[in-house]
Design a protein around this ligand. Structure first.
Ligand SMILES: Nc1ncnc2c1ncn2[C@@H]1O[C@H](COP(=O)(O)OP(=O)(O)OP(=O)(O)O)[C@@H](O)[C@H]1O
Ligand SMILES: [Mg+2]
Length: 416
């Protein structure tokens, strides 16, 4: 009953049934037949008259009364018999009286006369016709069934444009693209569809311009970096020169990967990635820079995604365990239709009340910590965005006795 469609249908059913019920009630009051009580006294008076005549010593030849040896046949009408007997008693006539139904319109009234014979008179039937109740039930069921069918159809018709809009809005993908909504139908639906189509276009433009800005920043860094590299080449001290050149190399690499990441996002390039091999590679690379990282368990598991973005997100999480957590233990397994990666450390973990904020951009716990590591507070936010874009989830939890466990689940590629 939560959907708009069911609510409209229920409202329509209620409205139709109420209107028909009220109309039926009014009609039945206006067209009602007089109740049996009204007519029964008149019938009793006529019967009394006939009994009086029938029991006269000498009956004029012109008067022929319907007197016979037996009571009238037909289905006994108990209620009518009771009412008529009471009305006759009121007229001081206590005789055995039987009312029997002949047809839906006529009834026979039989009254026993003094000499044992029966006065049998035909009267219009005053009882409700047989089957009146089942007729009423059929009438009510027909109204309820008919109004339900009409209401469901009307509600489906009214809410159809909303379902189209809902489908289109939920089709907005990571690149901000939405399936175009047909701008047809009633004016309100048309205007909403136009507004949503416009919104989708501006959303796409905004996403692309954000990506272009990142790429431009990466690109523009190249010129000053080339100048710095030239200057570093002329440094007299060998060790100093080596260090400057290594740092510049890393900066170059970062600028490059920013540009490739943007390209991957804009082109929506995805490929089959073996997460086992990728993690082995990341762990090896980080170990070479003397970060405490080890791969405990490795399975070759295929997922679909962008190589650069996946590498970026997993590196961010492993780097956190290696730096903030003092050492990363990485495992990858296949569980059901998911690739599951655990990254554990034995560091201080994250205070429970702050755990829910850990994926927010620029969030850092370090303020009160003795040992802090440089960083912008963006690593986990970026990792989460990339993983969720691929239909995966990332979660963190503190572990006993101390440390943090980061879990990444990614949907397996169907053929793996
Ligand atoms: N394994 C961990 N153990 C303890 N604290 C952690 C761990 N991982 C993350 N944190 C806390 O969460 C904060 C946010 O992490 P995040 O990776 O987003 O940013 P960062 O590492 O500070 O900077 P960067 O943007 O360079 O990654 C960190 O500053 C740190 O305080
Ligand atoms: Mg980080």
């Amino acid at each position: 009953m939560n959907s708009l469609r069911m609510r409209i249908a229920a409202l329509l059913i209620l409205a139709i049934v109420t209107v028909v019920a009220l109309a039926t009630l009014t009609a039945s009051v206006i067209l009602r037949r007089p109740g049996p009580e009204a007519a029964i006294n008149l019938a009793a008076q006529q019967i009394k008259l006939m009994i009086d005549i029938g029991e006269l010593d000498r009956l004029p030849n012109t008067i022929i009364l319907p007197i016979q040896n037996n009571a009238g046949s037909g289905i006994p009408e108990r209620e009518m018999t009771r009412l008529l007997s009471a009305a006759l008693v009121n007229l001081d006539i206590s005789r055995e009286t039987i009312v029997t139904r002949q047809s839906s319109e006529t009834a026979l009234v039989s009254v026993k006369l003094a000499e044992g014979r029966w006065l049998v008179v035909t009267f219009p039937s005053l009882a409700p016709p047989p089957g009146a109740l089942s007729g009423l039930l059929a009438w009510v069921s027909l109204i309820v069934l008919g109004s339900t069918a009409i209401s469901l159809y009307a509600a489906a018709k009214i809410t159809k444009p909303l379902a189209v809009i809902e489908g289109a809005v939920s089709s907005i993908d990571a690149k901000g693209e939405m399936r175009a909504i047909p701008e047809t139908g009633p004016v309100e639906v048309r205007t909403t569809a136009e507004a949503l189509n416009r919104l989708s276009k501006s959303l796409k433009l905004a996403m692309e311009s954000r990506m272009r800005l990142v790429a431009a920043a990466g690109h523009d860094l190249r010129t000053p970096m080339t100048r710095m590299r030239l200057r570093a080449e002329f440094l007299p001290d060998d060790t100093d020169r080596e260090k400057w050149l290594a740092d510049l190399e890393e900066l170059d690499h970062i600028a490059d990967s920013a540009i490739s990441l943007v390209r991957e996002e804009i082109d929506g390039v995805t490929e089959l990635v073996d997460l086992g091999i990728m993690l082995e590679d990341i762990v090896e690379g980080l170990s070479e820079t003397s970060l405490p990282v080890q791969l405990l368990r490795k399975e070759n598991v295929l997922v679909r995604g962008g190589t650069i973005s996946l590498r970026r997100s997993l590196t961010n999480l492993i780097m956190n365990a290696a730096t903030h957590g003092g050492g990363a233990r990485v495992s990858i397994v296949r569980a059901g239709c998911h690739a599951v990666i655990w990254i554990e450390d034995s560091g201080p973990g994250i205070p429970e009340p702050l755990l829910s904020h850990v994926f927010e951009p620029f969030f850092r716990v370090d303020a009160a910590r003795k040992k802090t590591f440089p960083g912008a507070g963006l690593g986990m936010a970026i990792a989460k965005e990339i993983i969720e874009r691929l239909g995966g989830v990332v979660e963190v939890q503190n572990i006993m006795p101390t440390g943090l466990k980061q879990t990444v689940k990614l949907p397996l590629h169907s053929s793996s």
